[in-house]
Design a protein around this ligand. Structure first.
Ligand code: NAD
Ligand code: LMR
Length: 320
């Protein structure tokens, strides 16, 4: 069987980390694409020289030419700009929208059969715009944020409860902004609901509420510490988990920004919900029952995403 091909659009902090992980995990051959000349080529050469030590055979190529992504099975998009302290993700909209246009056109012309995972911020608006610009089927274009936000929530809960993070399962829904919705009723440790663990004295409601707040601000906390950019190790790991679900037809249920057509009362919008990812791309949107409080919070988050789409349409008339 021919090796799979993974194309990474954007060879910055996340792009380079994605390439490293994809090579270590043997996902296939890798193309690192960027508009900056030299950077993808330099990173590809450096990464290729891990091969003899790690024992991987992946062909890793750096490129400034979209023709090199032809035949890609999976494309992960991180092209664009990351925020710095004092900025919100939404401040990136104008500049990254233009990047999504170029990337969408490049994908449409060279790799229209790929499964495309968008990571660029502001995530929910950028994945929507990327889908519009590329014209790919909605089930083949998805946004990564929920896996990362849920990983943050799980990490904080495991630390607070003093249990292995392997047993913690959480869901964060909604847009990837400060209005995201960590859903407590679907958060468990080995199947035990968080509320029961609070009753058993593992923590208090106040502390768990603080963790929810910290999860919502999880990206900003790292931006404030790094000062020059944003998180990249956990975002790359999260993107790779989604790529593996597609490449290995795992049918995983993962929170991801997917195109909704009425589910959760939301139409023609990309927003974070649980989805099944397998060889068919986004194979199903999983519509879980939500409490009235979670529904209200999701609506606030959806309204924030809608505002960003209005802004996108204002900037680029072709999106109307
Ligand atoms: N969805 C999430 O959960 C999540 C998490 C972390 C970061 N992000 C976002 O991911 C994006 C990338 O983050 P990063 O840390 O890798 O940033 P980075 O600045 O390190 O890398 C971005 C790369 O994109 C390249 N680029 C710019 N315009 C391009 C174009 N038109 N075509 C191809 N490449 C282009 C740049 O040259 C740069 O190498 C940012 O928008 C960031 O906000 C999202
Ligand atoms: O916070 C950011 O700007 C990057 C990313 O969205 C994150 O959540 O880490």
């Amino acid at each position: 069987m021919a090796r799979k091909k993974i194309a990474l659009i954007g060879a910055g902090n996340i792009g380079g980390t994605l390439a490293h992980l994809a090579a270590l995990k043997g996902l296939g051959d890798i193309v690192l694409f960027d508009v900056v000349e030299g950077v993808p080529q330099g990173k590809a050469l450096d990464l290729s020289q891990c091969g003899p030590v790690e024992g991987f055979d992946a062909n890793i190529k750096g490129s400034n030419d979209y023709a090199d992504i032809a035949g890609a099975d999976v494309i992960i998009v991180t092209a664009g700009v990351a925020r710095k302290p004092g900025m919100s993700r939404d401040d990136l909209l104008g500049i990254n929208l233009k990047v999504m246009k170029a990337v969408g056109e490049g994908i449409a012309a060279n790799a229209p059969d790929a499964f495309v995972i968008c990571i660029t911020n502001p995530l929910d608006a950028m994945v929507w715009a990327l889908r519009e610009f590329s014209g790919l089927p909605h089930n083949k274009v998805v946004g990564m944020a929920g896996v990362l936000d849920s990983a943050r929530f799980s990490h904080f809960l495991a630390e607070e409860f003093g249990v292995s993070v392997k047993d913690v399962n959480t869901f964060v829904l909604g847009g990837h902004g400060d209005t995201m919705v960590p859903v407590l009723e679907y958060s468990t440790v080995s199947g035990i609901p968080v509320a029961d663990l609070i009753d058993m004295g593992f923590s208090t409601k106040e502390k768990v509420d603080e963790i929810i707040k910290r999860t919502r601000g999880g990206g900003g906390e790292i931006v404030a510490l790094l000062k020059t950019g944003s998180a990249y190790y956990a975002p790359a790991t999260s993107g790779i988990a989604m790529a593996e679900a597609y490449l290995y037809d795992q049918k995983r249920i993962l929170p991801a920004a997917a195109h909704l057509t009425g589910q959760y009362g939301i139409d023609d919008l990309y927003v974070g919900v649980p989805v099944v990812i397998g060889a068919g791309g986004v194979e199903k949107v999983v519509e879980v029952k939500l409490s009235d409080e979670a529904k209200g919070n999701l609506q606030v988050s959806v309204d924030a995403v809608k505002e960003l789409l209005v802004a996108c349409k204002g900037i680029d008339g072709s999106l109307n």
